[in-house]
Design a protein around this ligand. Structure first.
Ligand code: G3I
Length: 325
């Protein structure tokens, strides 16, 4: 439905190996079905702690698990992520290293360029920098910020841009964040980053994570306003981590499955309205593997499928939105 209606993909994150997904036959069957998910993102396997666990020593084993899923089942691969504040290599914050801006910059450059080059044939897009802005639009806390300074962010994109140019491949380079699905200070900071990089001739795309609760202010109108702004800037964008959690369980009259379905419908429908919104990714699809309960105690049921693999109203709402209904 997504590709028939002008999008590049509808896809999902998956977290393998290690969560149980990899040995769950029904999960595998749904994940592998290209008619349900035409795209995959590794939820953890390509993060810095896994790709460069020792300084200068790269490891592609975990990431390759999801690369293989994409290749075996003809799916687009979004690669996630190169520079973030968490799940980074231990050497970045270890007392064994006394980092300075001068010593860390070449290390960041090597990290970005080595990994982009290694997976250049398989990554459709890279989340180059993840979650670098605070809600007021200033820089959010990160060891990269502490050691290098705020220009670690544009410099990361410059290195990524150079790496992609050297490979001659067409890889979208994303800035990816949450809380930028409605207008506001954080969204304005992202617009400004886009303008700054465009002025330098450095490519950038924008990922709207879209981690929502059933009742929150990220309405269709708010998402459309942000997307309209991005479309005007001429950048590619995507919904990269969509899920809609219940802030209290079990669902009830206020927080109903229908309300959740409507939230999914709003996001997907907004993306369908803008040609530069290239696709939609849910952050896994089955409640028992969702990241939510571990992070937000007492919350959950955020995904399209119940833990027994029955489909929620949200599943059908997404199908309708993809068809413009
Ligand atoms: O790998 C260890 C395992 O060895 C250990 O036994 C187990 C015990 O809890 O923990 C495992 O690590 C967990 C890891 O996921 C892999 O499963 C961590 O505790 C857990 O904190 C980590 O959570 C991930 C989270 O990012 C970390 O911030 C989630 O799976 C992942 O879905 C989530 O993804 C992020 C995106 O990258 C960026 N946007 C937000 C999104 C949701 O938080």
């Amino acid at each position: 439905l997504a590709t028939a209606n002008g999008k590049l993909y509808f896809g999902t994150a998956t977290d393998q190996p290690g969560t149980g997904e990899d040995t769950d036959i029904i999960y595998q069957k749904i994940l592998n079905n290209t008619h349900i998910f035409g795209q995959v993102t590794p939820a953890n396997g390509m993060k810095g702690m896994n790709t460069e666990p020792e300084l200068g020593v790269f490891n592609y084993t975990m990431g390759d698990v999801v690369v293989n899923i994409a290749q075996d089942h003809n799916k687009i691969l979004r690669c996630h992520n190169l520079i973030w504040s968490t799940q980074q290599p231990e050497w970045l914050t270890s007392e064994n290293y006394t980092w300075t801006r001068e010593t860390l910059l070449p290390v960041m450059e090597n990290h970005i360029k080595t990994i982009i080059t290694h997976w250049a044939d398989v990554c459709h897009a890279w989340d180059v920098v993840n979650e670098a802005f605070a809600s007021n639009g200033s820089s959010s806390a990160s060891p990269w910020l502490d050691i290098i300074g705020p220009d670690y962010l544009p410099l990361a994109f410059q290195y990524a841009h150079e790496a992609v140019q050297a490979t001659g491949k067409d890889i979208d380079l994303y800035y990816n964040d949450y809380g930028i699905e409605s207008p506001g200070n954080k969204t304005n900071a992202v617009y400004q980053l886009v303008r700054d990089l465009q002025a330098q001739g450095i490519q950038i795309a924008v990922g709207l994570e879209a981690h929502f609760t059933v009742l929150d202010p990220n309405t269709y109108a708010n998402q459309a306003a942000v997307m309209s702004g991005l479309q005007d800037l001429g950048v590619t964008f995507a919904l990269t981590e969509l899920d809609v959690r219940f802030p209290t369980l079990p669902p009830n009259a206020t927080y109903s499955y229908e309300a959740q379905a409507y939230r999914y419908w709003e996001s997907v429908s907004a993306c369908m309205q803008y040609s530069k919104c290239e696709g939609i990714t849910v952050w896994d699809f089955e409640d028992k593997y969702s990241w939510i309960p571990e992070t937000f105690e007492g919350q959950g049921e955020a995904d399209l499928y119940n833990s027994d693999y029955s489909r929620k109203p949200a599943y059908y709402a997404v199908a309708e939105a993809l068809q413009g209904q």
